[in-house]
Design a protein around this ligand. Structure first.
Ligand code: B12
Length: 513
């Protein structure tokens, strides 16, 4: 049986859908994976090429994966294909899981939650001529109401899952007016760092329940939602499989929400195996309260080059009361000092435009940012209230005027306020200068002199100091090896990398890579 899985992400990094594709292939199904990474809803040639391809491929069902960012593309593709062809279209991923009511208006069925077993159940139902209404995890619209089947139990043993290669078998890419087989050359062309990052997720869940994150929703969806991990051996075997692909390998990116949340012994095992068998730079994510010097040392010794640490707000009140992140500011600042002792690039993200934040709260965040040892990467996000999250529910009750459509919101366009500019400047200038700018702002926020002063520091900062900081960061990323720095430089000279890290705070889309 043929199945066609479609990714509408603006990059080729989709992990969940690739995993399902791999599972279908390993279970003997002829699964095809189609990337539409530059979907243009008004491009008729593109739509016709898609229709021709689907007709020729003739799948028994089409699966589309989406987060909020892909909702409108998924809707347009589905409406178009439904007009032309009679093939069931099933949506899955975090958005249909969190918002089945809206998604079942377009898709024949949506899959709620994890789907490793469900994709096989769907194939079996179709093979046996049964209705998809008999399949667990399926939801659909009937007489204007959503009907939802029970959910399969959560996967407990993540070691059962297959490895997910960067360049999947039977992969295709649609661009302009043609579908091409995605070969090595095209994969390298359409991926940042020429395809040289191997990404993996080896866990499900997170110990935190941050109010803006979908983990706060999964917790309600699955009564036994918990943090599950693959074993260190499984993780290393997967990385080795990824490293042995015939593609360049610059670094490994472990995208688990909180890698350091594992026990110290597990981390020891993971990094000693990593050092022995992989020996390549790598990147991880963690929250400050799980970062200890012991764990960090082990990771650095194994090749850790960068660590993504969610700050979200430098104000303790906002962290605790609004985001449900019980992390003390002192603890966070201590961690930044520990990380600074090692040749590791820290990467902090901050959420802006939160209606619950007062000016004082924001100034506290600015002061916290100024205190972090430099250089560091950062990304400013405009708060997006994703469907299903605790924070969206709270805003719905308390401040409905601030609700927005999560599928339309551009999380990279922060409000052009002086306070948001100050956050950016605090990552460039020493705290003395930031304190001076804060005082000026407090004395007279709208004065012409404040305006001129802010713009002076902005342009000097962006065009003179920031490029130097970026080179420093790149050197640090390469553990201060000039040889490695020169070797990796060509991979960083790529507009998608500039977008990805939003270096100049001008990108509207960090997903185009
Ligand atoms: C790893 C990760 C990333 C990685 C890779 C994401 C990718 N492209 O695959 C990177 C770092 C690139 C990334 C980027 C972003 N991410 Co992210 N990311 C995650 C994270 C931590 C894990 C996702 C994952 O791979 N899980 C493991 C796989 C196996 O699970 P899965 O993708 O959900 O797929 C399963 C099911 O959903 C289902 N399924 C999926 N697709 C389909 C399709 C069909 C047909 C079927 C039947 C089933 C099905 O089956 C899969 C297997 O069980 C999640 C948090 C989370 N807990 O989900 C956030 C999360 C998905 N990210 C999120 C966001 C907002 C982003 C960003 C927009 C920026 C940001 N602020 O983080 C960008 C852009 C994403 C994009 N569209 O390109 C949000 C999405 C919220 C939403 N409603 O849209 C999440 C949920 C975190 C949160 N804040 O709550 N992310």
């Amino acid at each position: 049986m043929r199945v066609l899985l479609v990714s509408l992400q603006k990059n080729l990094n989709i992990l969940g859908l690739k995993l399902l594709h791999q599972i279908l292939l390993e279970n003997g199904y002829e699964s095809g994976l189609l990337y539409i990474n530059r979907f243009q809803p008004d491009n008729h040639q593109m739509l016709e090429a898609l229709e021709r391809f689907v007709q020729e491929y003739n799948p028994a069902w089409i699966g589309i994966s989406l987060t909020a960012s892909e909702f409108s593309s998924a809707r347009d593709v589905t409406i178009y294909l439904k007009q032309k062809l009679d093939i069931p279209i099933i949506w899955g991923g975090v958005q249909p899981t969190a918002d089945p009511t809206r998604c079942t208006k377009y898709a024949d069925f949506v899959c709620i939650g994890e789907a490793e077993k469900t994709v096989i159940d769907i194939c079996n139902a179709i093979k046996d001529g049964k209705s998809l209404k008999t399949v667990n995890n399926m939801a659909w619209m009937e007489d204007g109401k959503v009907i939802q089947n029970p959910l399969n139990p959560l996967i407990q043993d993540l070691n059962q899952l297959p490895y997910v290669p960067r360049l999947a078998k039977n992969a295709y890419i649609l661009f302009k007016d043609k579908v091409h087989v995605l070969d090595r050359k095209l994969y390298m062309k359409y991926s940042a760092f020429r395809g040289g990052i191997y990404r993996l997720v080896s866990s499900r869940g997170c110990p935190f329940r941050c109010s803006y994150c979908l983990n706060s929703f999964f917790d309600k969806l699955y009564p036994d939602w918990s943090l599950r991990w693959a074993s260190p051996e499984h993780i290393i075997d997967e990385i080795c499989a990824g490293a042995s692909e015939d593609l360049p390998l610059l670094f490994i990116s472990m995208q688990d929400d909180n890698l350091f949340a594992q026990k110290k012994e597990t981390i020891e095992k993971l990094f000693s195996l990593y050092k022995e068998k992989v020996d390549k730079p790598f990147i991880i994510l963690s929250t400050p309260n799980f970062i200890t010097e012991d764990k960090l040392k082990l990771a650095v010794d194994a090749g850790l080059s960068a660590i993504h640490i969610g700050l979200q707000s430098g104000c303790e009140r906002v962290s605790h009361e609004i985001y449900n992140r019980k992390i003390k500011k002192e603890q966070f600042l201590n961690v930044t000092k520990i990380v600074n002792k090692y040749p590791v690039v820290p990467y902090y993200d901050i959420i802006c435009d939160n209606p619950y934040e007062t000016e004082e709260d924001e100034l506290e965040t600015i002061r916290t940012l100024a205190e972090i040892p430099k250089p560091y990467f950062f990304l400013l996000f405009s708060l997006t209230l994703y469907e299903g999250t605790d924070l969206r529910e709270r805003v719905k009750k308390e401040m409905p005027e601030f609700l927005h459509d999560d599928t339309e919101k551009d999380f990279l366009i922060t409000s052009p306020t002086k306070i948001n500019l100050l956050k950016h400047l605090a990552t460039i200038y020493p705290s003395g200068i930031i304190e001076f700018l804060i005082k000026q702002y407090q004395r007279n926020p709208n004065a012409y002199s404040t305006h001129i002063l802010f713009y002076f520091f902005k342009y000097i900062g962006f065009f003179l100091i920031k490029p130097v900081l970026l080179l420093w960061i790149l050197l640090k990323f390469n553990h201060y090896s000039v040889f490695r720095f020169i070797q990796t430089l060509p991979h960083f000279i790529d507009f998608r990398v500039v977008n990805l890290f939003n270096f100049f705070h001008t990108s509207h889309d960090t997903t185009v890579e």
